[in-house]
Ligand binder design. Structure first.
Ligand SMILES: Nc1ncnc2c1ncn2[C@@H]1O[C@H](COP(=O)(O)OP(=O)(O)OP(=O)(O)O)[C@@H](O)[C@H]1O
Length: 252
C-alpha cells in the first residue's frame, strides 16, 4: 500500500491597504499552526519592503531576490525560525521586485513548489497595494485571507483588490479577518458592509473567518521583535489568533 503525501495548502495574506496588520497576523498565525503539529513555511512576499524577518528578529543571508537572480537552490535561503517554522525572507528597498515579471513569476512558482513539499502550510505575506506581485501571489495560492480594519479606507482598498482578483484572476473565494476591532458590534458592522457591497456589485459571497481586537500587546511585541503569541500568550490578540488557526480547515 502506498500512503499518499498530503499536499501543502498555500494561503495568501493580503489587504489592499497597508499597515492593517498583515505581517503581524502572518507570523503569529503561522506559529499558532505549528503548535498543533503543522510544519509551516512563511514566504515574505512583500519584496519591496520585507518585514517578516524583523518581527522574528532573524538575520538574513539570502532572500527571494538573491535566489531568483542566481537560480540557486531556494532551500539555501530558508531560515528555520522556530520548531516546524521556516521563513523564506523577502527583499527590502528593491522597487523592481514589487512588479514581478513573467519570467520571475514562473521561477518563483517553481521554487515555492520545490520547497513546499516539506510543509503542511505555506503562508505568503504580500505587499500592500495592487501591484503585479500581489495579484500573482493571490492567483498562485489555494486561499486568499484578507486582513481589513473597520477604517472605511481599508474596506475601500480591500474591495478594489477583491474586484481585480475576481474579474481578472478568476478568484471567487475570499476569507476575511478583521483586525483592530474595538468591539463585537464594530466588527460585525464592518463585515456586513463589505459582504453587502461585494454581493451586490460583484455577486461574490465572502467568508468571515474571525476578528482580532486592537491590543497594545501587539504593538509592544513588534517593538520587542517577539511574536505576541509567544510574548503574551494570554493576551486578547493571541487568543484570537489561536482561535483563527483552529478554523484553518474552513477556509474557502
Ligand atoms: N490587533 C492589533 N492591535 C494593535 N496594534 C496592531 C494590531 N495589529 C497590528 N498592529 C500594529 O500595526 C502596525 C502595522 O502592522 P503590520 O506591520 O503587521 O501591518 P502590515 O499590513 O503588514 O503593513 P504593511 O502594509 O506596511 O506591510 C504594527 O505596528 C503593529 O504592531
Amino acid at each position: 500500500m502506498t500512503l499518499s503525501k498530503k499536499m501543502p495548502q498555500t494561503l495568501c495574506v493580503t489587504s489592499g491597504k497597508g499597515g492593517v496588520g498583515k505581517t503581524s497576523f502572518t507570523v503569529n498565525f503561522a506559529i499558532a499552526l505549528t503548535r498543533s503539529g503543522n510544519r509551516v513555511l512563511v514566504v515574505d512576499g512583500d519584496m519591496g519592503l520585507a518585514n517578516v524577518d524583523v518581527l522574528l528578529r532573524l538575520s538574513v543571508k539570502n532572500n527571494i531576490r538573491d535566489i531568483l537572480e542566481s537560480g540557486a537552490d531556494p532551500r539555501q535561503a530558508l531560515i528555520f525560525a522556530r520548531p516546524n517554522l521556516a521563513v523564506l525572507p523577502g527583499s527590502s528597498g528593491v522597487p523592481e521586485m514589487v512588479s514581478l515579471g513573467e519570467r520571475h513569476q514562473d521561477r518563483l512558482a517553481g521554487f515555492i513548489r520545490q520547497i513546499s513539499s516539506d510543509f503542511d502550510y505555506v503562508i505568503i505575506d504580500t505587499a500592500a497595494g495592487i501591484g503585479s506581485s500581489v495579484l500573482w501571489y493571490n492567483r498562485f495560492s489555494d486561499h486568499s485571507i484578507f486582513i481589513l480594519t473597520p477604517d472605511p479606507t481599508s474596506m475601500t482598498d480591500a474591495y478594489a483588490l477583491i474586484k481585480l482578483l475576481s474579474r481578472d484572476q478568476g478568484i471567487n473565494g475570499f476569507n476575511m479577518v478583521l483586525n483592530f476591532v474595538r468591539g463585537v458590534r464594530e466588527g460585525n458592522h464592518t463585515v456586513e458592509t463589505i459582504k453587502r457591497v461585494t454581493q451586490r456589485f460583484l455577486n461574490l459571497g465572502l467568508s468571515h473567518l474571525g476578528s482580532i481586537p486592537e491590543d497594545k500587546a501587539v504593538r509592544q511585541a513588534v517593538l520587542d521583535q517577539v511574536p505576541f503569541i509567544e510574548q503574551t500568550p494570554g493576551s486578547k490578540a493571541a487568543r484570537a489568533v489561536h482561535d483563527l488557526a483552529g478554523k484553518v480547515g474552513s477556509l474557502i
